[in-house]
Design a binder for this molecule. Sequence first.
Ligand code: ANZ
Ligand code: ZN
Length: 857
Amino acid sequence: MEERYNPQAIEPKWQQQWQATGADKTPEHGERPKFYALSMFPYPSGNLHMGHVRNYSITDAIARFKRMQGFRVLHPMGWDAFGLPAENAAIDRGISPAVWTQQNIAQMRSQLQRLGLSYDWEREVSTCGPDYYRWTQWLFLQFFKADLAYQKESAVNWDPIDQTVLANEQVDAEGKSWRSGAVVQKRMLRQWFLKITDYAEQLLQDLEKLSGWPDKVRAMQANWIGKSTGARVEFKAATGQSIPVFTTRPDTLWGATFMVLSPEHPLVAELTTPAQKAAVEAYRETAAAKSEIDRTAEDREKTGVFTGSYAVNPVNNHKIPIWIADYVLMGYGTGAIMAVPAHDSRDFEFAKTFGLDIIPVVFPPEADPATAAELTEAYSDNAAGVLHNSGPLDGLTVSDAKVAVVEYLEDKGIGTAQVNYRLRDWLISRQRYWGCPIPVIHCPDCGIVPVPDEQLPVELPTDVALSGRGGSPLATLESWVRVDCPTCGAAARRETDTMDTFIDSSWYFLRYADATNGEKVFDAAKANNWLPVDQYVGGIEHAILHLLYSRFFTKVLRDRDLLHFDEPFERLLTQGMVQALTYKDPQTNEYVAAADIENLDRPVSPTTGNPLEVFYEKMSKSKYNGVDPLGVLQNYGADTARMFILFKAPPEKDLEWGDTDVEGQFRFLNRVWRLVHAFVSQDSRPQVYCSGQLSKAEKDLRRAIHIAIRETTEDMEGGYQFNTAIAELMKLSNALNEAKLLASPVYAEGLQTLVQLLAPFAPHIAEELWSALACEGSVHASTWPIADPNALVADSVTIVVQVNGKRRGEFEAPADVTKAQQEELAKATEAAQRYLAEGTLRKAIVVPKKLVNFVVT
Ligand code: ANZ
Ligand code: ZN
């Protein structure tokens, strides 16, 4: 064994060895239980960043731990390889997206391999490969045939920078594109959708099954699905048109004093009177230019225009004015509302602004409506309130009234109970090239015809001119577009849009179960064997998009009898971000790289001379605060990088990069190395302890060893708290170092255990030390140690019981007994009980671990 720890020598050596022996291959069959450990697969940008390293180190530690615990582990890796950057690179640099992507994949694969991640590379998938997207297309057609994929003209989100449409999920809370950051516009376009709304209720209900997911993610999904329970009520315009509304407060119907239609509502033109026409049209134009977020912001000044028409409130026949206002959205409910200004704050603001009637119908329980003061804000207590001025609902509480009113409405034929979801169908067509072609053909006679299965995949042509100037690039290639209709043979045209890349990633975890199948999307038995994923690890940024879509796909495939489970991911770990010190000029808002700063203790901008603000922020190129993983691998090796990342913070928390902490992990691994080196350099080394008499020092050391086993196991099983697990390893290494029992079999046991416990985190050094200790096989194939309960018991101490200074008895207590426990135990002894029963206890004098003297009078 080398005297010095040299990661650059041992890491490549073991990586080759593992590859040669197939150490990370998936055991497809066997008696042992399965465990599917999965990291979210990366987009192959070409460069590994720290976020990747963190994600994959976490999953790899889990996979290795589970293997040692005896599971058959599936731990695959692949590439989310379609997407805009490849296309943009093609436009900027004239390199083909396919070639660019392949180069990036090759580069990232080799970077990943340097980390020593235990992937089964035989199951690698790449979503841009025809052998993969053939099945993406096949799946699309399953949706199509099940009436879950359809084309529709609608107002969609248009990203003016990327020149493509976006799904609602891809527009952030400020109305900007998730990718380009551009403010998204609305456009009317014919697009493809998947009917995720058919699954809204299941997607919501089944969140309850996901107890292994962070509550926060479940809440975000529930919010996104946005279920509202209420009623649909038929209002009628005085001119006869029916104007249904959706309301969550049908109990307040008697307080509806006006109606508001969305400016885009189809009845607006018809209902607008000639006198109001100009004002209404002007208003519609300004509304169209605003984002949804702007339109619905709570604190906004309310704007709107009267149409000149009236409607009739169906429960009391009051004539109420019909307005249009931008806070009512066409995409939700029916695009029209009954306004109840007394009980809805937006309607209240609106009524105040335009001098409309406000009629309260719900009052606090004790209030007298006759003498109630005028409202200064909407009263929206929907639990305790009581109904008045509401015909049959008078005297009911809000919750009772909500039930009663629905019966009343149904009875009269003017409304029904209704559930509404905020979730919209998933818009999946993109006007870009580098994606999976939508496998349908438009025939003038037959309409939309699916490409027959045996003609899949519809391959992406390679000779397409990419300009990035909008419109589907595939549409420019006439030779590709023109095709005979598979049904009638007439001249027809291929669909030229490609699919949202989130479709590719909505099923990749299924393909890993049977990654090379050329006949089927996957063998159902294999998918049902390996799935659900037992532990999924990835970034919180996918809390809605990818995770919701994958859940949707799983349910659809289950209903198509391809899968026998409801949820794809049993447990989810969302790892925190990797942050680094960031330097910013507060005056110019410019970021400065640490390397450009002269004195880091008092940092000033090299260009402006302004003092810089210093703070931690997520690593990113634009902030010049990134730490290149390759540099760390070069200097310290993969094991140190992994140890640092796992040790610095619990996996779900943000992690602050710190060079001195990296250094600290490197020193720790060096210490472990030296412990083993000193041990194996002895002339004769002891066997590993298995039974026999032990000295006090040996017993203490053995206890430390087995505490380390118990604690690390608990840390891993109770939520992968790697940081505390590694802290236990440090304690064990200190205990070994201090014990100086190199000739003892217990010491041999301790080193061997330490190396095993280290294996999931620092796989290379563990393997090297395992072989230096002359242990059999690979440490990663060894069995995770189990704490010996006998070793855990602390030695006992004998404690003397005195009464008034005279010895009356003794008892055995655990060596780690506390003062309070010692007094309690002493009091419970027979000797003490006898004297205490006869007199009054004045005080107890406790000498820790020796004696308790009771003063009794
Ligand atoms: C009358 C009413 C009275 C309402 C009251 C609320 C309180 P959620 O919970 O989000 O589903 N609404 C309905 N459609 C709308 C649209 N297209 N644009 C804007 N607002 C719309 O909210 C449902 C409530 O939001 C509905 O119930 C309706 O106002 C409004 F005291 O009807 B409510
Ligand atoms: Zn046809």
